[in-house]
Design a protein around this ligand. Structure first.
Ligand code: BGC
Length: 760
């Protein structure tokens, strides 16, 4: 069939400009003149009409709390306290629009109440009387408030394949954020986890577009709860627009080289989904794509984000990123030029965050006629719109007394459920699991008795390594196993993350146990501090497992990792493997319940787990990636595949039914499959539908996930699971950057069953 004559365009693309464009300011200005205009309402226009240039620039400024606190930046006085003089200057001289972060560590709700009330009181009674919007990184729960409920990190949430849990986790986070007086959350991360070396892999929903899109919708609705947010909801922040997660080197904030077709097909859909669900704010990618820093790219920030996707909320820079345009990226000669480029490219608010150089430069640019005042008005509209949507224009000072569910048992239960459903059983030789509660167990390894490793970065401190602020009353893996076991459990660390410690003692204790639970981990880290040189698990941890294996005792390997670290050497030495991701404060309990069979594991990998450091091939690879050096097709050989995860139940699939054999573009494919639980244990199964486009004008992926459902199937029960998949969802981005479904043959696969269909 001649494909080219059958292209069916299914998306309206307003602009087909190539995403990497030059930073020529004239051109940017013309493009900005074409920004889609929304009506933000009279109240907002009235406020803007009374604002001076200085006030407008101030509204576009976000400062770090350190700038208005006692002490020095990054070295605040303890306990942290606002500094009257600095606050006065921020409000009455710079008219700041926003404050972010925390002075390096977690605050109590009482401390937050004091800080937020003081800032808002000052901002609304002095300065230009406009409330500020406070923003925080509540990445897996409100990790900077003492006693908040901490959830698994996003990668673990994705591993549940349960959007209801993701939605509930976001709703609890929103509530507890508001209970801390904070209405703006810099979450969720919508970057795809397709580069496992990247330090922020654990902050993503994994490698697949469809799974990540499903979780995006759940999270945005959980945070914002619809169009108008109330005092239990926060503004979500889509991060980090666009293409941040795919640095070629694997190192954070290093260049990405991504073709427009790939940007649109893989990296854009989660953001598109979030915007379709009214996401109020977006944070920009600190890095560069194809040689253009995104903070300087008007095609991405204006043409794509505003004009094409119709985003009407506010776009905030990432940390110091305007400064970095001249200091690091070198696309501007000084701060003045950097400010001009980024503002004209389309940013609304500058996370400056430690000085007022942005203000000085922008005021001057407007006064010299190099940035039109109308450009400031556009940004102020968007910023005030977000404040209005959150209700803080009318009620700036929160009532801290109405949040009785903060850190409640109800919230903790949701975090526990999420951790339980995330845990993924990867190996279970000879049904080593579940364990008996009457066995003598040795728990060892660095992750065995550490809350910090269970939680990862963004926990009480930025990097999450400080133990001082750990939540009281929650249990580590060792403590949780002890809690459920009838026997006295022994813990002996053996090695720490990078060096052998008391290995001989551990081996001797292991020799007296029935079973060894070896818990390997990774140091909590993110962003630049999380850069690694090698995907392998550390030598010390390998040595631990190697030495233990010589004892001839069964070993269960527990993995608590920020990203898939290579374990191919030690995998054959153990009988059971449980992947925990970074499960949060309730991860120890959830894991112990899984180990003893109180909970049947039901998580599945949201990414491909590589077998070798040099073989990073994802599940939706191209056919050429299958070719091996012996001219066979066996090169795709991961340790574990995307979507893989075992259960204590035995699920069998049969009876795949497809309603038709041939479909047209507007049809819906109805298919069903019977799943039987042929075991004596009830369990949840994630039924996954993959579809392969057999021939296409751009090399097709071997398969793509197009639908899934997580279903509870009782012991002995058979359930028919049905799917309705729009033919349009089989589209891909063709060479002209448009989404198309090309006619031809497709293969539908569910587990080991498959059927061909035809699109005409
Ligand atoms: C990170 C963002 C974060 C911001 C504010 C940046 O360094 O890249 O994800 O929201 O800091 O803390």
């Amino acid at each position: 069939m001649n494909k080219t004559s059958f292209f069916i365009s299914i998306a309206v693309i307003l602009s087909l400009t190539v995403i990497n464009s030059c930073k020529d300011s004239e051109q940017n200005q013309t493009q900005n003149n074409r920004v889609l205009q929304f009506d933000y309402g009279k109240k907002i226009e009235d406020i803007i009409s009374k604002m001076s240039i200085e006030e407008k620039v101030g509204q576009m400024t976000q400062i770090n709390i350190d700038v208005i606190s006692k002490g020095q930046i990054y070295k605040l006085a303890e306990p942290n306290e606002l500094d009257e003089i600095k606050l006065d200057s921020a409000i009455n001289y710079y008219y700041i629009g926003s404050v972010l972060n925390v002075g390096g560590h977690t605050y109590s709700r009482k401390q937050w109440a004091k800080i937020i009330s003081k800032i808002q009181h000052k901002a609304t009674t002095e300065g230009n009387n406009i409330p500020i919007i406070y923003g925080i990184d509540a990445i897996h729960g409100v990790n900077y408030t003492v006693g908040a409920t901490l959830f698994p990190q996003q990668i673990g949430q994705a591993a549940t394949w349960n959007p209801n849990l993701v939605n509930q986790a976001a709703a609890v986070t929103a509530y507890e954020c508001r209970a801390s007086g904070i209405p703006w959350n810099f979450s969720p991360v919508l970057d795809l986890g397709r580069q496992p070396l990247w330090s922020r892999f654990f902050e993503t929903y994994g490698e697949d577009v469809y799974l990540a899109k499903t979780m995006t919708k759940a999270a945005i609705n959980g945070y914002q709860g619809g169009e108008q947010s109330d005092n239990q909801k926060v503004a979500a922040c889509m991060k980090h627009f666009l293409g941040y997660s795919m640095p070629l080197s694997g190192k954070d904030r290093t260049p990405a080289w991504i073709a427009e077709t790939q940007l649109r097909e893989y990296f854009l859909p989660t953001f598109q989904e979030a915007i379709a669900n009214n996401a109020l704010t977006v944070m920009i990618n600190s890095g560069e794509i194809n040689g253009v820093p995104v903070h300087a790219n008007s095609n991405i920030l204006t043409n794509l984000l505003r004009n094409e996707l119709g985003f009407r909320g506010l776009a905030v820079t990432d940390w110091e990123d305007i400064i970095k345009l001249y200091k690091v990226h070198r696309v501007a000669k000084d701060m003045r030029e950097a400010v001009k480029i980024s503002v004209m490219a389309g940013i609304d608010m500058s996370m400056t965050p430690n000085d007022y150089s942005f203000n000085r430069a922008l005021i001057d640019l407007v006064k010299q006629g190099e940035v039109p005042e109308s450009r400031l008005n556009e940004s102020c509209r968007r910023i005030l719109y977000v404040k209005q949507q959150l209700g803080i224009l009318d009620n700036p000072i929160p009532n801290f007394d109405i949040y009785n569910d903060f850190g409640s048992q109800k919230h903790k239960q949701i975090a526990l459920n999420t951790a339980q459903e995330s845990i993924t059983l990867l190996k279970n030789d000879n049904q080593i699991l579940p364990l008996s509660k009457n066995q003598k167990i040795l728990v060892c390894g660095p992750a065995g008795n550490s809350l910090n490793i269970l939680n990862g970065a963004w926990t009480h401190t930025w990097q999450g390594v400080d133990t001082v602020y750990n939540t009281k009353g929650v249990e580590t893996i060792f403590e949780s196993i002890q809690e459920l076991s009838n026997e006295k459990i022994t813990y002996s660390q053996g090695v720490n993350l990078n060096e052998v410690k008391n290995l001989q003692e551990t081996l001797s204790k292991a020799s007296h146990s029935d079973i060894i639970v070896a818990c390997i981990g990774e140091v909590p880290c993110t962003e630049k501090p999380g850069d690694i040189e090698d995907l392998s698990i550390s030598m010390a941890q390998k040595e631990l497992v190697n030495e233990l294996s010589k004892l001839g005792k069964p070993i269960v390997l527990i993995m608590v990792l920020n990203r898939p670290r290579i374990v191919s050497d030690i995998e054959p030495l153990v009988s059971g493997i449980v992947q925990c991701y970074l499960p949060g404060d309730f991860g120890g309990t959830a894991l112990a319940q899984v180990l003893f069979g109180d909970v049947n594991p039901s998580g599945k990998l949201p990414f491909t787990y590589p077998r070798h450091t040099g073989s990073i091939v994802l599940y939706d690879h191209k056919y050429t990636e299958k070719l091996d050096k012996d001219f066979g097709e066996n090169a795709f050989n991961p340790q574990w595949e995307f979507g893989f995860g075992l259960s204590y139940s035995k699920f069998d699939y049969s009876n795949l039914k497809i309603d038709k054999q041939s479909y047209s573009i507007n049809d819906v494919i109805k298919c069903s499959v019977d799943v039987s639980n042929n075991s004596s244990v009830s369990g949840k199964e994630i039924v996954q539908v993959y579809i392969s486009d057999l021939v296409a004008s751009i090399t097709p992926s071997v398969k793509r996930l197009r639908a899934f459902d997580k279903v509870l199937i009782q012991a002995g029960e058979t359930k028919t699971v049905e799917f309705n998949i729009k033919v349009q969802e089989l589209s891909f981005v063709a060479n002209n950057s448009r989404w198309v479904v090309e006619p031809g043959k497709f293969l539908i696969t569910i587990k080991d069953l498959s059927a061909y269909i035809e699109i005409h």
